[in-house]
Design a protein around this ligand. Structure first.
Ligand SMILES: [Zn+2]
Length: 449
């Protein structure tokens, strides 16, 4: 009996009744247990470039890694394929499921796709070619977009920094109803386990952000640094709807893995996520909806930077920028449309240097000290108190206080990307900490409510 190492990638497996890829992967994990697989890792939840269009629910793909008897791979493959076909409805045009299976070592081409999928848009034809040439089995439907994510998940073994998320799922029949997550229970556990958890509360508003609002099967998700912490915390969450199943994912969420490239403005491409070193070239302006647009440039070109109203204080930071300020911007490129030019959507900003700002004022009266009035264009100044007049005297330039400090700024947690490294994790990394599977990292129970 020979066993072999298997990596399964799953992406874009959504259903019109509100399914999602992580929920589907929890169902697959339960089925694989019956095949006596030996797990090599927690299921990996791999978030990909958040700027990629046409995607729902945060652009997350899943990889499952395990050992299994070699002669069971065929069985396993048709099992997963059959499950996808039952889970996804063909009449649902928004889903383009992808499934790939690699046996043995992960080919370098797939690792390459993983790296690029964090910040670029990959051609589907590339994924199709790599899948054809290097994987044991692959399957996709629709436009094959899901195949990109499936391969990208397989190739990302989370060898750098990583975190965990405990996701609780409700019964699909209940997906139209209110979750009823008790936010007080989340505040309590967050208080008790502060150092091991992050991004479960929005630190600016105090709002609990563990429960989504859509009709999907996710009841809530708890983000943290260790599997033990998220499992303990997950069990403390109270909700009106019951947890039908739960699973712990190891993930690249909150690691900033999508922002590792500094790119010149001339090299920015649509939907690219990158860092750009720039100087502000003009005073920010507010457009309809309260969004702030800042014009910036580097030696290679200029671009508009957009910061959106719901980001609150973060938007106000952008509003305080002035010409000459130097910063490193974190963001994604929105391509030009009929109504706006190419724009960088801001998701973080390091302010490196603030320019001095001056304002011009009328001078004081040399005779009586009152501030002079202009005597008309080109006619100098006059005093309204003592009638002093002068055409020689000049406006005076005074430095104003800048209400903006150098440093790093992020939007509040509620507006952050899944991949954004939050303030709480700025100096934290789990790289090199060995992954050990706890005894119970997923569960299933029949709930009645
Ligand atoms: Zn005067």
């Amino acid at each position: 009996m020979t066993t072999t190492e298997v990596h399964i990638g799953l992406d874009d497996i959504d259903s019109p009744s509100g399914g999602c890829t992580t929920h589907f992967s929890a169902l697959v994990v339960e089925q694989l247990r019956e095949l006596q697989v030996q797990w090599l890792d927690y299921p990996n939840l791999i978030r990909l470039n958040p700027a990629v269009p046409f995607r729902t629910r945060g652009n997350g793909a899943v990889a499952l890694r395990f050992e299994v008897e070699r002669n069971r791979i065929e069985e396993l493959t048709s099992l997963v394929q059959g499950m996808i076909m039952r889970y996804v409805t063909r009449e649902y045009p928004n889903t383009n499921p992808g499934f790939a299976l690699v046996e043995g070592a992960i080919p370098p081409e797939i690792r390459g796709i993983s790296k690029r999928a964090l910040w670029r848009v990959l051609p589907r034809t590339l994924a199709q070619r790599v899948a054809r040439d290097t994987v044991r089995f692959h399957y996709s439907e629709g436009n094959a977009r899901g195949l990109v994510g499936a391969l990208a998940a397989i190739g990302n073994v989370l060898g750098d920094d990583y975190t965990y998320e405990y996701i609780a799922y409700r019964r699909p029949e209940e997906c139209g109803d209110e979750r009823g997550v008790d936010h007080e229970s989340v505040r309590q556990l967050d208080q008790q386990m502060q150092s091991e958890l992050f991004s479960n509360l929005d630190s600016q508003s105090g709002r609990v952000i563990v429960d989504p609002h859509g009709p999907d099967p996710v009841l809530f998700g708890i983000r943290g640094e260790t599997p033990e912490a998220v499992i303990t915390a997950g069990a403390m969450v109270r909700a009106r709807q019951g947890t039908e199943r739960w699973m712990v994912f190891r993930t690249n969420q909150a690691t900033g893995a999508h922002l590792e490239h500094v790119v010149e403005i001339r090299h920015l491409r649509p939907y690219m996520t990158a860092m750009v070193d720039v100087s502000v070239t003009a005073r920010p302006r507010i457009i309809e909806g309260g969004h702030v647009i800042v014009r910036v440039g580097d030696a290679t070109g200029e671009i508009d930077v957009a910061t959106y109203e719901p980001t609150g204080d973060f938007r106000d930071v952008a509003l305080r920028l002035r010409a000459g300020d130097r910063c490193r911007l974190h963001g994604s490129v929105r391509p030009a449309s009929r109504t706006h030019e190419r724009t960088l959507n801001l998701e973080g900003i390091e302010i490196l240097h603030t320019a001095r700002e001056y304002r011009l004022q009328n001078p004081l009266c040399p005779r009586c000290g009152k501030r002079l009035k202009s005597a008309g264009r080109g006619k100098g100044f006059r005093c309204t108190r003592c009638d002093f007049k002068s055409s020689e005297i000049q406006k005076i330039r005074t430095e104003t206080d800048r209400d903006l400090n150098t440093g790093f700024y992020l939007p509040p947690e509620r507006a952050q990307r899944h991949l954004t490294r939050p303030m709480k994790r700025l100096k934290k990394s789990n790289k090199g900490i060995p992954v050990q599977l706890v005894d119970v990292w997923c569960g299933h129970r029949n709930v009645t409510s």
